[in-house]
Design a protein around this ligand. Structure first.
Ligand SMILES: [Zn+2]
Length: 428
């Protein structure tokens, strides 16, 4: 549930910013949301929070009904470590006393989600071994909001489970003034690099950030931040941005459809094209959440669409975005990941060549890679994935933004939402 208490209702966002961090934390999302929270459209479903439990295994296990096997306390792990810069997966497995063959089986299980490749310094890895020293369970702890758990099947393979905790999302309005670059000014009021990059990319066609802003220009941002057990997870979402430049203002608000529009309802994000190719190719394997493995009989999801592309076929970005990964994987082959804002992500596997580098901005239609047959596959093809809010969806059917204007009724609802957000951002 979003919290809405009313005892700080007369505090303005700027006053809250002046409070020391502890107070800020207590106040977050509380004061500004009086009654408003009920009006806010949201499609987030808040699942119950994780409950801190003492180290009493009996009561611990019985307190969870969902999947007890996933709820083993970290303190019981046989080996656990916080990832530091320079760590490699094979070195971590050696440290944990787990052989390379087992590591490959884990990597194989990871093919569907590719979580191991996203481990960053600060994340944790935890190993549970049985009495004979065999790996029973491996947990990747990314944050309180996200863990990935590999559990061993009796005959030796691994299954993989993703745990995504929704927690509580709280809104916060920030206001600032341009002094120096937009980046520095935004950093000054507490936005992080990713959030600033999202704002810049959102408004890039409306504003030249290095040329159009003057010292003293005002800006405000409405941001939604995720909390679990009262701690910020680092996940956030931009809900509104307003930049006042002299007498004119530039603004963007996220609609309930997840897309950004200006106050007049004009779409800011450019639409996606359906496939990341310059012409159609035969689909050799469709997206299938419940695909059955013909040999093992187990359900192994096919999280993407396979196109029968000959080696060297040009692959294009289906929408504007930022390249977040270019890497090689034993089973997925050479692959590229592009983030399109905070909501959408695309992934391209089995490439012969990547033509972009990590951190690069790409535009819709730009050639990003050549298809191939790297990794463990039988014939050349492109495996294409489309993720919405971290979950894979069928790229051929998903309701992805293709339209650029709102219908009359959508516009009415949007205007209402803009009114509320402007109020929260301290604009009349
Ligand atoms: Zn595939």
């Amino acid at each position: 549930m979003r919290q809405s208490k009313n005892f700080f209702s007369n505090m303005s966002p700027s006053r809250i910013l002046m409070l020391p961090p502890l107070h800020k934390k207590l106040l977050l999302g509380v004061g500004m949301l009086v009654g408003i929270s009920l009006l806010m459209p949201t499609d987030r479903v808040n699942s119950p929070q994780r409950i801190p439990v003492a180290l009493d295994v009996e009561s611990f296990v019985t307190s969870f009904t969902a999947d007890d096997s996933l709820q083993i306390d970290a303190n019981l792990a046989d080996f656990q470590r916080t990832i530091v810069k320079g760590d490699t997966l094979s070195a971590l497995f050696v440290e944990a006393n787990v052989d390379q063959q087992t590591m490959y089986r884990v990597l194989e299980a990871d093919l569907n989600i590719l979580a191991l490749d996203t481990l960053m310094p600060g994340n944790q890895i935890r190993f549970w071994l049985d009495d004979s020293g065999e790996l029973q369970k491996l947990e990747l702890y990314f944050s309180a909001a996200r863990q990935v758990v590999f559990s061993r099947y009796e005959e030796g393979g691994f299954k993989v489970d993703e745990i995504n905790v929704e927690g509580i999302w709280q809104n916060r309005a920030l206001t600032g003034e341009i002094q120096g670059s937009f980046y520095l000014s935004a950093q000054h009021i507490g936005l992080n690099a990713g959030e600033i990059q999202r704002i810049e990319s959102l408004l890039k066609e409306k504003l030249n950030f290095s040329r159009d802003l003057r010292a003293g220009d005002q800006f405000s941002v409405l941001i939604s931040e995720q909390y679990i057990d009262g701690e910020m997870t680092g996940n956030s979402d931009i809900l509104g941005v307003m930049i006042q430049r002299g007498s004119s203002s530039i603004n963007a608000y996220q609609n309930s459809d997840g897309n950004f529009y200006d106050e007049q309802g004009r779409s800011l994000a450019r639409a996606f094209q359906r496939i990341p190719l310059q012409r159609n190719y035969r689909i050799s394997s469709s997206f299938n959440r419940h695909r059955h493995h013909p040999v093992t009989g187990r359900t192994a999801p096919h999280n993407g669409t396979d196109f029968a592309t000959p080696i060297g076929t040009k692959i294009v970005a289906p929408g504007d975005g930022i390249v977040t990964m270019v890497t090689d994987h034993r089973y997925a082959g050479k692959y590229v990941v592009i983030d399109h804002g905070s909501k959408y992500r695309t992934r391209y596997l089995h490439l012969s060549k990547a033509l972009v580098h990590k951190g690069q901005r790409v535009s819709r239609g730009q050639v990003i890679a050549l298809s191939g047959k790297t990794g463990r596959i039988t014939g050349p093809h492109l495996h294409y994935e489309f993720h919405v809010n971290g979950r894979p969806v069928d790229p051929m059917k998903a309701n992805i933004p293709m339209a650029s204007t709102l219908s009359k009724q959508q516009m009415q609802e949007f205007s209402q939402l803009v009114k509320v957000r402007k109020m929260m951002m301290g604009q009349v």
